[in-house]
Write a protein that binds this ligand. Sequence first.
Ligand SMILES: NC(=O)c1ccc[n+]([C@@H]2O[C@H](COP(=O)([O-])OP(=O)(O)OC[C@H]3O[C@@H](n4cnc5c(N)ncnc54)[C@H](O)[C@@H]3O)[C@@H](O)[C@H]2O)c1
Ligand SMILES: N[C@H](CO)Cc1c[nH]c[nH+]1
Ligand SMILES: [Zn+2]
Length: 434
Amino acid sequence: MFTTTQWSTLSAQAQAALLMRPAIADNETLSEQVCDIISQVRDKGDETLLALTKKFDGIALSELTVSQQQVKQAVASLSESRLAALEKAYSQIKSFHQAQTLQEISVETSPGVVCQLKSEAIDSVGLYIPAGTAPLPSTVLMLGVPAQIANCRRRVLVSPPDSAGNIAPEVLAAAKLCGIEEIYAVGGAQAIAALALGTDSIAPVNKVFGPGNSYVTEAKKQLSQQVPGFAIDMPAGPSEVLVLADETANAQFVAADLLSQAEHGSDSQVVLVATNNQIIEQVQAATLAQLSQLSRKEIAKASLTHARFILVDSIEEAVEVSNQYAPEHLIVQTQSPRDLVGKLRNAGSIFLGKYTPESAGDYASGTNHVLPTYGYSKVVSSLSLADFSRRYTVQEISQQGLAALAPCLIELTDAEGLDAHQRAVTIRLDGQED
Ligand SMILES: NC(=O)c1ccc[n+]([C@@H]2O[C@H](COP(=O)([O-])OP(=O)(O)OC[C@H]3O[C@@H](n4cnc5c(N)ncnc54)[C@H](O)[C@@H]3O)[C@@H](O)[C@H]2O)c1
Ligand SMILES: N[C@H](CO)Cc1c[nH]c[nH+]1
Ligand SMILES: [Zn+2]
């Protein structure tokens, strides 16, 4: 089922082709489909949301809003151990995100010239929780905790209902922990369109967060380009993991890590880059053996059709491949994984050593699991507290401060030929108020 490719035998073009993401292949059709969904939501609002929920989620709802009574019942239906696990994850994530609180800055850049950097919570945020193939309460915590710490006034959760019309009780319980009270049972591109454009039931928000399948990701992209003042977090699409291994790696652990992301969706991609062919063969065998025991084996199997097994000549070459691929998650199972940290430039989140499975970061180590995919980890950061606020500057200049800065301002306004800018400075220099 698997093939192994030796990196150094490929041309640069073949190397780039080998590292292509699967979900990008059919981009044009996807873009048209999502464009069509957005215009339907624009034209018919809630009517479209209900119709598409029937079409894609298989349930004819009469109401999109999830009531607090439903939330209460959902929480009551969960076992104590389930609730305790959610609370433990909540507190781990809170601990790491609380520590990210930005310090305000105030600098007197020259005497009498004071510049400040301040931040303000984004007023209204939409939190998308995927649930097409598996409801993800962990994602509620990853989005809801920083939104709560940042103190965003309006926090709106959307998630597709199951075929009985419900959102998973764990998702609702996690929302309660994060103090989220506005919840709608709608998913896919149509949910993102509702959050960006607004409908009768869903008021628009300023920014949408959250991962999702290709439809969700494409909708976020299109709407952020179309709707002025509407922002998105990042392109967080189908999950990816790259494992970098040397001969000391544990093949069973590596196989388990690859499968943990392959089971997310048929468009997820898993990559093994190893310095040792024997490890690759062992991982391939272990992957097949473990695959057969999974409840989501069909999904994982489909994802494994675009798995990549790459043999490299050295750790340095492995680092180059990883930097070129720029994975969402990067697991390092080598003799001295910590030594590679500064060299591994492009990854959403790095997991060092044998005992750091990606699953820990997915749920409860404390780091955020919403991470850039499609190679965007070259330029986009992992989700953090800062994404839920905006930074702005304040400045205040005394009369003496302006007098001292004026020669610089006059020279530069001259250089740009902007007289009115210059006058706004010189008019103040004689100290006359009128
Ligand atoms: N990058 C990250 O940080 C991260 C985190 C968690 C999950 N993920 C990814 O999120 C994704 C979740 O995907 P999912 O499908 O399970 O849930 P989802 O909620 O993202 O998508 C389900 C919705 O997609 C829409 N849809 C399905 N088929 C469609 C079609 N043919 N046309 C138009 N719309 C359609 C439906 O409205 C459905 O409700 C996975 O790919 C997973 O890898 C990524
Ligand atoms: N691996 C996903 C991010 O790509 C996050 C997740 C949620 N639940 C399990 N895993
Ligand atoms: Zn995962």
